[in-house]
Write a protein of this length. Structure first.
Ligand SMILES: Nc1nc2c(c(=O)[nH]1)N[C@H]1C(S)=C(S)[C@@H](COP(=O)(O)OP(=O)(O)OC[C@H]3O[C@@H](n4cnc5c(N)ncnc54)[C@H](O)[C@@H]3O)O[C@H]1N2
Ligand code: MOO
Length: 398
């Protein structure tokens, strides 16, 4: 018997074909969720000037307990000098610290008497208080963001705050999702007792779109070799990545591997030592298209998308942070002696921050009605001894 490829071997093969989807420049307002592909540097010192942090007065520390106050330093104007004969200026939060001043006293601590102010009884300012010093947040030229980051609100703020109106990000690949199976009907069509509704393409759409892969086209092919070939030829011409579901096991109408091979898609592997998802097929098209033949059973398709398709797409975009993390099992979990097991779990964090995974075993890979109660799966290496409660496992989120 030919030994099956291990999960690690199969993942390595898939990632070896990840390549790079290229980059493009997009306006900042459209960059949310995209993957940064440039270094971002501080345009200037931050803050760019000694900045007043409280509404109040600015004065030179030690100038006395009663201060002459003859003017205002508002935000948005250059630094004013302390006027002759005056020892302080009214200042507003965000203003430049007036020339000659080094300390700010908030308005709540001041008692005003005409053009003079004094501090409330017992108040002792610290020298330099409430002044946000130039360059104390970061220095001009400092690298603030690195390639591979998914742009979130704080990252967009850094880009805006440092004068980047457009940003170089990874291109989003064009992805074709192809369902096969004569028993399948659309979500809007009346369904017969011998038919089932197609759902895998929506499981895939959810997983992809939530990670920013929104250039998706869904299509369907019947269980017929000639029609499968026609449809797949068209899809190969239109997309950089194809994700098929169904038609990859041993049935008489499982035409997908044959059709792909005939179309010049080179098989990289077929079948992996895993449950669910053993019949997984992966190949590379004549133009470098990455083609996944996911097993049709819904839990298999979802697990294989999570373990192979998403990591390949993220690698192809140059994403730097892994999505997986370590959890502790909160119950014993049986292994499969010769296969890696993907066990659906729900993850909760306890008060100490520890992530605990509660197993939700699905009786078969066709049982997906309760999969939405889970957050992802833990991966259990092949073996005969159960993984015990309290032991660590790697978690992959849906
Ligand atoms: N003799 C063997 N039979 C099977 C084997 C095997 O090794 N030897 N492997 C089994 C395993 S494991 C799986 S998983 C399935 C995979 O089969 P296919 O990829 O060929 O998928 P289909 O037969 O087309 O469908 C399987 C199952 O999934 C349902 N399905 C398919 N597409 C969708 C969709 N888009 N949405 C919802 N459900 C879908 C389909 O109706 C079937 O019930 O093969 C085993 N057989
Ligand atoms: O592994 Mo299939 O992928 O279980 O039903």
């Amino acid at each position: 018997m030919v030994e099956l490829l291990s999960v690690a071997q199969a993942v390595d093969l898939v990632l070896g074909y990840a390549g790079h989807f290229g980059t493009e420049h997009v306006p900042l307002a459209e960059a949310s969720g995209r993957i940064l592909q440039q270094s971002v540097h501080a345009e200037r010192d931050q803050p760019p000037y000694d900045r007043v942090m409280m509404d109040g007065v600015a004065y030179r520390y030690g100038a006395g307990a009663v201060l002459g106050c003859h003017g205002v330093q508002r935000a948005g104007i250059p630094a004013r000098p302390l006027p002759d004969g005056a020892t302080c200026l009214d200042v507003m939060t965000g203003a430049v610290l007036p020339e000659g001043a080094d300390t700010v006293v908030p308005v709540e601590r001041l008692i005003r008497d005409g053009k003079h102010v004094h501090f409330e009884a017992g108040y002792e300012p610290q020298k330099g208080q409430f002044v946000h010093l130039k360059g104390s947040d970061c220095e001009a030229g400092h690298e603030l963001l690195n390639p591979g980051l998914r742009l979130n609100g704080p990252a967009l703020a850094v880009l805006a705050g440092n004068g980047y109106p457009t940003v170089e990000v990874s291109k989003v690949p064009s992805i074709g999702i192809v369902a096969t199976g004569d028993e399948l009907v659309d979500v809007v069509t009346a369904v017969q007792s011998w038919e089932i509704r197609r759902s895998n393409e929506y499981a895939l759409t959810g997983a992809l779109a939530s990670r920013g892969f929104t250039r998706l086209e869904r299509s369907v092919v019947p269980d017929d070799l000639a029609e499968t070939m026609l449809a797949l030829e068209k899809q190969l011409a239109r997309h950089e990545v194809l994700i098929l579901s169904g038609g990859v096991s041993m049935g008489q109408f499982d035409h997908v591997p044959k059709a792909l091979t005939k179309l010049g898609v080179e098989r990289v592997f077929h079948k992996v030592a895993q449950r669910p998802g053993k019949p997984l097929w992966f190949g590379v098209g004549p133009e470098g298209q990455r083609v996944f033949g996911l097993p049709g059973n819904p839990v298999s398709a979802t697990c294989c998308a999570t373990r192979y398709v998403i990591p390949m797409l993220l690698a192809g975009q140059g994403v730097s942070r892994p999505e997986t993390y370590s959890v502790k099992l909160d119950a014993d979990a049986a292994r499969v002696s010769t296969l890696t097991r993907y066990l659906p779990v729900r993850v909760l964090h306890d008060a100490s921050g520890q992530a605990w995974a509660t197993p939700y075993p699905m009786p078969t890979s066709g049982d997906f009605s309760f999969l939405a109660a889970t957050d992802g799966f833990v991966e259990l290496a092949p073996g005969d001894v159960a993984a015990s409660a309290g032991s660590h496992a790697v978690f992959h989120g849906w």
